[in-house]
Design a protein around this ligand. Structure first.
Ligand SMILES: NC(=O)c1ccc[n+]([C@@H]2O[C@H](COP(=O)([O-])OP(=O)(O)OC[C@H]3O[C@@H](n4cnc5c(N)ncnc54)[C@H](OP(=O)(O)O)[C@@H]3O)[C@@H](O)[C@H]2O)c1
Length: 357
């Protein structure tokens, strides 16, 4: 039997997750062919600066040499090329944090191109936009997957969808969902100053490209919104209450000196919590009617307070799993693990291309 060829268009090709994804794809291409008869090729790759295309397939591990300066119409031409050729399912893999790329999804679906996203922007817009995307992907018979947008590669959105499909009502969600904030708080409990912990998290690739998105819980709010919507809760951005690090009014390129001003205040709060036998934890919670993100000082023995740095834990209570909630845990951030989750989504989307059934 001929192998099933599926082409990928990688967006954010030289970003942290995009680059790790390329290396992993390069390592796995032959194994995918041998094990599941899937010929997964990199048709094109681009970022804001550069573009690369090869109808036969680019070498994902050594892309730099193939990239040239991006011209205005490159992306439009690529989409038209894919739309007019027949027979090769194509998936755009969005490894950006860009609204401009999220704007493209409806057009991609319309042209028969599936989407695998690490970018959570699209699903965290209005509920109508979120439902519209789901509907559009369905109507055009293309996959739309975004497992890594919440909890990195932890299987979380898939199981939530399964609960919904088998008619098991989700009653509440509670969890530590931010790999970056949990890492930062963990390091602060070890005595690391707040500003230094933020820099460490950024250097380890745990934060968003703009760390203020993590500290203002903007990124965490988006995750909770996506999670709540996947649980079937009809939630809008305005339904989220965020009570976290206070009103962080830092609007400069180099945030570190501004964060250093907060180091003493944080040291006092952390020492006081430790003296009470507690630890600060950023907890995200949602029920069908409300969603909230807050910093809680929890007993050090509670499951949420015992998490390793960067680890996420989500408790899902349903009508059938109430007294003993479903608990899902694992690394909530990290470039390699996120890239691995993106590849899982791409492989699964390629192997279960909806319009083939
Ligand atoms: N790091 C993690 O642990 C983690 C975990 C889960 C999910 N994610 C998600 O993964 C995504 C990527 O994160 P990252 O850490 O890899 O970010 P990053 O290193 O800043 O990379 C972002 C990439 O996106 C490209 N890009 C931005 N705007 C674009 C546009 N309009 N058109 C084309 N390319 C564009 C950038 O290209 P230029 O360099 O040319 O600007 C860059 O290649 C984010 O959505 C993040 O939330 C990350």
């Amino acid at each position: 039997m001929d192998a099933q060829r599926v082409d990928l268009i990688l967006i954010g090709a030289r970003g942290k997750v995009g680059a790790a994804f390329r290396q992993l794809l390069a390592r796995q291409q032959l194994a995918l062919l041998a094990e599941v008869n899937l010929d997964l090729r990199l048709l094109a790759a681009f970022d804001r600066r550069g573009f690369a295309f090869d109808a036969i397939g680019l070498a994902p591990g050594s892309l730099e040499g193939a990239m040239y300066a991006r011209a205005g119409a490159d992306v439009e031409r690529l989409i038209e090329f894919v739309a007019t050729r027949a027979g090769v399912p194509t998936i755009a893999v969005d490894c950006t944090a860009s609204d401009e790329i999220a704007d493209l999804y409806p057009q991609l679906f319309d042209k028969g191109i599936g989407v695998v996203a690490a970018n959570k922007r699209a699903n965290a817009r209005t509920l109508a936009f979120y439902h519209g995307l789901q509907r559009s992907a369905r109507e055009h018979g293309v996959p739309y997957r975004y497992e890594t947008t919440v909890g990195s590669a932890i299987p979380l959105l898939g199981p939530l969808r399964d609960l919904r499909l088998r008619g098991e009502r989700v009653e509440s969600l509670q969890g530590v969902l931010s790999g970056s904030l949990s890492y930062i708080l963990h390091r602060m409990h070890e005595g690391c100053p707040f500003s230094a912990a933020v820099v460490e998290a950024r250097d380890l690739g745990y934060t968003e490209p703009d760390v203020m998105e993590d500290l203002r819980a903007i990124d965490l709010s988006r995750k909770l919104l996506v999670l709540a919507r996947e649980a079937g809760f009809s939630m809008e951005v305005d339904d989220m209450r965020v009570e976290l690090l206070g009103d962080l009014q830092i609007d400069v390129d180099d945030v570190v000196p501004a964060l250093q001003l907060l180091d003493d205040g944080w040291r006092i709060r952390v020492e006081a919590a430790l003296a009470r036998g507690e630890r600060w934890v950023a907890v995200a919670e949602a029920t069908p009617d409300a969603a909230r993100i807050g910093l809680h000082s929890l007993p050090a023995h509670s499951p949420f307070a015992q998490l390793a740095p960067g680890q996420n834990l989500i408790e899902i209570r349903t009508e059938l799993q109430d007294r003993m909630p479903l608990r899902v845990s694992g690394p909530g951030a990290g470039v390699e693990i996120t890239a691995a989750g993106v590849l899982s989504d791409a492989v699964s989307a390629a192997m279960h291309w909806p319009s083939r059934h």
